[in-house]
Design a protein around this ligand. Structure first.
Ligand code: NCD
Length: 321
């Protein structure tokens, strides 16, 4: 593996100056390079301190966030960037009806080096990237994508499992509206011998656009509706990836009320799954994942969230330095 760090002959160039809009836009080589730089955050923490002193990171979050916002903000500060943020749209001119176009133009004119955008509209990040002269990172655009979550999800799998090729992964929950599921599915298509199981009732099943992409890339996947069949599959998977019902994205609130509480994962899952299998969740959880699992070695979700910082430090550096 190529060595990175202060003795490295040169940086990986695959991310330099790029937007991060979709997990489809990155190759296996890109993801693997990113993981090496993410490892470096722990191996040599001093390496990243103050690396990007002249940078200004603008965080524009038009939707709630804990992990994505704070890990990007912390990553930017570790790197020595200035940080400017719209956190609460009701306190910005967005509440007066200012368009995304004008918001992006203004942020850019105040000297932002990069714009990290979370927005409820599908396609908002791509639109912002077309307007902006500086790179845009999609921190979630409606139900469509959340590519940096896919990066940290892949990184977690690679670290815990020693690699991604040959992965058998089951997604459980609201697969229709969870943008983390679509982005991770796209990202997995860059690796070999992946098998995906989408476990959900028909109304929450994975969207057609994702299936079309996986078909094109020759990725094996199955949609599982029947719970007995699901239990059978869970015996052999490497990872179970759970998501919450995306309440805010249901077009019809009565549908959400009907589905609320429809699935929960508790400690009994451990008697079904392999002892070395992992449980992942992008968080936040509501009631679909029992806190009784938190102390088990199979609960990977807090490491997953924590390693988001490694990945975002690495990603900002690779784009901006
Ligand atoms: C996810 C998101 O925003 O899509 N959260 C996150 O960024 N870790 C998942 C979710 O909100 O359910």
């Amino acid at each position: 593996m190529e060595k990175v760090g202060s003795t490295s002959p040169g940086w990986y160039d695959g991310f330099r100056g790029r937007d991060v809009i979709s997990a489809r836009d990155f190759s296996r080589e890109d993801y693997e390079a990113l993981f090496r730089y993410a490892d470096l955050y722990e191996e040599d923490p001093g390496f990243y301190r103050g690396l990007l002193k002249d940078c200004i990171a603008a965080l524009v979050f038009v939707e709630p966030s804990t992990r994505t916002f704070h890990s990007f903000e912390t990553a930017a500060r570790i790197l020595g960037c200035g940080v400017t943020a719209i956190r609460d749209p009701s306190m910005s001119s967005i509440a007066k009806g200012e368009s995304l176009h004008d918001t992006i133009k203004m942020i850019e004119s105040y000297g932002a080096s990069i714009i990290i955008l979370r927005h409820p509209a599908r396609g908002a990040a791509l639109y912002a990237a077309e307007i902006s002269r500086v790179p845009v990172i999609n921190a979630g655009d409606g139900s469509r994508e959340h590519p940096t979550q896919a990066m940290l999800d892949l990184y977690t799998i690679a670290r815990k499992r020693g690699g991604i090729d040959g992965l058998r992964i089951a997604f459980l929950g609201d697969l229709r509206f969870s943008r983390t599921v679509s982005s991770l599915s796209y990202a997995l298509s860059s690796f070999k011998d992946i098998e995906i199981f989408y476990i959900a009732p028909p109304i929450l099943q994975i969207r057609r656009e994702v299936k079309i992409y996986l078909d094109d890339r020759g990725v094996e996947y199955k949609e599982i509706i029947d719970m007995d069949k699901a239990r059978e599959i869970l015996r052999s998977v490497d990872v179970l990836y759970v998501t919450r019902l995306q309440k805010e994205r249901f077009p019809d609130p009565s549908e959400y009320e009907k589905l609320k509480g429809a699935y929960t994962v508790g400690p009994e899952i451990l008697s079904i799954m392999r002892s070395d299998a992992g449980i992942m969740h992008p968080l936040p959880r509501v009631d679909e994942l029992s806190p009784e699992l938190d102390s088990k070695p199979n609960a990977w979700y807090f490491d997953q969230a924590r390693w988001g910082l490694n990945v975002r430090v690495a990603l900002l550096s690779l784009i901006l330095r």
